[in-house]
Design a protein around this ligand. Structure first.
Ligand SMILES: NC(=O)c1ccc[n+]([C@@H]2O[C@H](COP(=O)([O-])OP(=O)(O)OC[C@H]3O[C@@H](n4cnc5c(N)ncnc54)[C@H](O)[C@@H]3O)[C@@H](O)[C@H]2O)c1
Length: 437
C-alpha cells in the first residue's frame, strides 16, 4: 500500500464506467492505493452493479449514474475515467468520455473494426486526452522481463517470435462455447479479437516494428451438433444421459468445482451476492446459457487459429491459439541474432541462451524466474492501473505503457488475419491504415 506524505499530490479522482467484473477489479486499485486513486462516481445502467460499486467505494447516491449523459464533464466530480463496458460499448462510451475531457483507461478490445480503432485514436489526438488500453499482459513481470531482455540488446535483432495461447477446455467451454464471447454476432468479436488481441499486441510490442503483412488459418471443429456424443442432451442438468462423466458438465464445472462462477452466475446477481445451490441448479436447467450442452450451443467462434506476420524489419511472427487444452497457458519463443529466449507464463520461467563459441562450448544458458504465481494476468491488472495514474500525472511511465498510439498494430493484425482467413491470402497491413477501411 502507498502512503501519502505532506508533499504528495492529491489522489486522481476516477469515474468507473461499467461496473461489471473488470470495472470492479480496476476500481479495487483505489482501495489498495487510496493516495493515488479514488473512485468518485460510477456509471452503469444496471442498478445492482451500480450500487454494489457505489457501496464498495462509499459513493453518495447522486454520484451513481444510470447513463453517461448525466455525468458532468471532466474536472467537476472526476478527473479520469475507467471504461470497462462490454466490447460493443467501447467506442460510443470512450468517444463520449474523451470529448467530455476525460483521460480514459479503456478495456480491450478497443473496437470491432479497424475504422473504429483509428477513429478513436484520432479523437484522442484531437481532444488531447490520454487513451490507454487494458493490454494487461504487457504489465505482467513475465513479459516485462522479455521486453527488457530485448531492449538490453542481449538477443540482438529479432529473427522470429512465436507465441502460443492454450485456452483450457473449461475456459473454452465457459467463455467461447456457452458464454458471452461464443457468438460473434452477439458479442461483436471473434475469438482472435476477444481473447488473443493480448497476444498479437504482445507480438507487435515486443517486435517494436510495424507489421507488413499477415496470413491466417483456422476453423471451428470441436463443439458442433454433429460431434455430440451419444446421449448428450440440450442442457446438462435436464436431458443429458452422459452428464455424470462429461468433462464439460455445467453442474460439475460451475456448481461443484465453482470455476467460472463470475460468468455462470451473473444472471442471478439480482438474487443477492451469493445465490443458493438450489437457485443455481434451477437456473442451469432453465434459462442460464451456461447450462447448455457444449455441442448444442449457438457458438460460432473458432477453436483454433494461427496467425503469421511478417514485420517491416523482416522479423517473422507466428501466433497459435489452441482451444481445449488440459491446462491454460501461454508460451513464447524468440530467436535473435545473438541468442534466444523461451518461456512459459504458467511457470513464469524463461530460458535465455546466448551464442558463445569459446572454450569447449557453443552457448551460455541461464534460467530466469519471474514472479507470476497466482496472480490474474500474471499480475498485470493492478500494475496497469498504477501506470495509468502515472501517465495522467505526467510522471514517467513503464516500458509496458499501452497508449493508444502504440496499441493499434495488434488490433490491425487481428483485422488483417480475419480478412486473410476469409480470403485465403496474405493481407498487406497498408490495407488498414486509414480510418475508412
Ligand atoms: N483486459 C483483460 O484481460 C480483459 C479480461 C476480461 C474481459 N475484458 C474486457 O473487459 C470488458 C468488460 O468485461 P466484463 O466481464 O467486466 O463485462 P460486464 O458485462 O461484467 O461489465 C460491463 C458493464 O458495463 C455496463 N454497461 C453497459 N452499457 C453501459 C454504458 N453505456 N455505460 C456504462 N456502463 C454500461 C453493463 O451494465 C455491465 O455492468 C469487455 O470488453 C471484455 O472483453 C478484458
Amino acid at each position: 500500500m502507498t502512503h501519502s506524505g505532506p508533499t504528495d499530490p492529491d489522489p486522481i479522482r476516477a469515474v468507473v464506467v461499467g461496473a461489471g467484473h473488470r470495472g470492479v477489479l480496476y476500481a479495487s486499485y483505489a482501495l489498495q492505493a487510496p493516495a493515488e486513486l479514488i473512485i468518485t462516481a460510477v456509471v452503469d445502467p444496471d442498478p445492482v452493479r451500480r450500487d454494489r460499486l457505489g457501496r464498495d467505494h462509499s459513493l453518495p447516491p447522486e454520484r451513481r449514474y444510470a447513463s453517461l449523459t448525466d455525468l458532468p464533464p471532466a474536472g467537476m466530480i472526476a478527473d479520469v475515467a475507467i471504461d470497462a463496458t462490454m466490447d460493443a460499448d467501447h467506442v460510443p462510451t470512450a468517444e463520449w468520455l474523451l470529448r467530455a475531457g476525460y483521460p480514459v483507461l479503456l478495456e480491450k478490445p478497443i473496437a470491432g473494426t479497424s475504422a473504429a480503432v483509428l477513429s478513436l485514436a484520432e479523437t484522442s489526438r484531437r481532444t488531447g486526452q490520454l487513451l490507454m488500453i487494458c493490454h494487461v499482459l504487457r504489465y505482467s513481470p513475465f513479459y516485462v522481463e522479455v521486453k527488457e531482455r530485448l531492449l538490453s540488446g542481449e538477443l540482438g535483432e529479432i529473427i522470429s517470435i512465436e507465441l502460443s495461447e492454450y485456452v483450457s477446455f473449461d475456459h473454452l467451454a465457459a467463455a467461447y462455447v456457452r458464454g458471452r464471447w461464443a457468438n460473434s454476432t452477439r458479442s461483436g468479436s471473434g475469438i482472435l479479437l476477444s481473447k488473443s488481441c493480448h497476444d498479437v499486441d504482445l507480438m507487435a510490442w515486443l517486435c517494436d516494428d510495424r507489421p507488413a503483412r499477415v496470413a491466417s488459418a483456422g476453423s471451428r471443429r470441436l463443439f458442433t451438433a454433429e460431434r455430440a456424443p451419444e446421449g448428450a442432451g440440450t442442457r446438462c442438468v435436464t436431458d443429458c444421459r452422459i452428464e455424470a462423466t462429461c468433462a464439460y458438465s455445467a453442474r460439475r464445472q460451475y456448481l461443484e468445482l465453482g470455476v467460472w462462477g463470475t460468468y455462470a452466475w451473473e444472471g442471478l446477481e439480482s438474487l443477492g451476492p451469493e445465490p443458493t445451490p438450489e437457485q443455481k441448479l434451477i437456473s442451469l436447467g432453465t434459462d442460464n446459457p451456461y447450462g447448455r450442452c457444449v455441442w448444442h450451443s449457438d457458438n460460432d467462434v473458432l477453436d483454433r487459429q494461427t496467425v503469421s506476420v511478417e514485420f517491416n524489419n523482416g522479423a517473422l511472427g507466428v501466433f497459435t491459439l489452441v482451444g481445449n487444452s488440459a491446462l491454460g497457458n501461454r508460451t513464447i519463443d524468440i530467436v535473435g541474432t545473438l541468442g534466444e529466449l523461451s518461456g512459459s507464463l504458467e511457470t513464469g520461467e524463461l530460458r535465455l541462451r546466448t551464442i558463445n563459441s569459446s572454450g569447449d562450448h557453443q552457448y551460455d544458458e541461464r534460467m530466469i524466474k519471474t514472479d507470476v504465481a497466482g496472480l490474474a494476468h500474471g499480475g498485470g491488472d493492478m500494475k496497469l492501473v498504477a501506470d495509468f495514474v502515472r501517465a495522467v500525472r505526467g510522471e514517467p511511465v513503464s516500458v509496458s505503457s499501452t497508449r493508444i498510439g502504440n496499441s493499434i498494430d495488434g488490433h490491425l493484425i487481428v483485422f488483417a488475419a480475419e480478412r486473410a482467413l476469409a480470403e485465403r491470402r496474405w493481407v498487406d497491413l497498408a490495407e488498414f491504415d486509414t480510418a475508412s477501411t
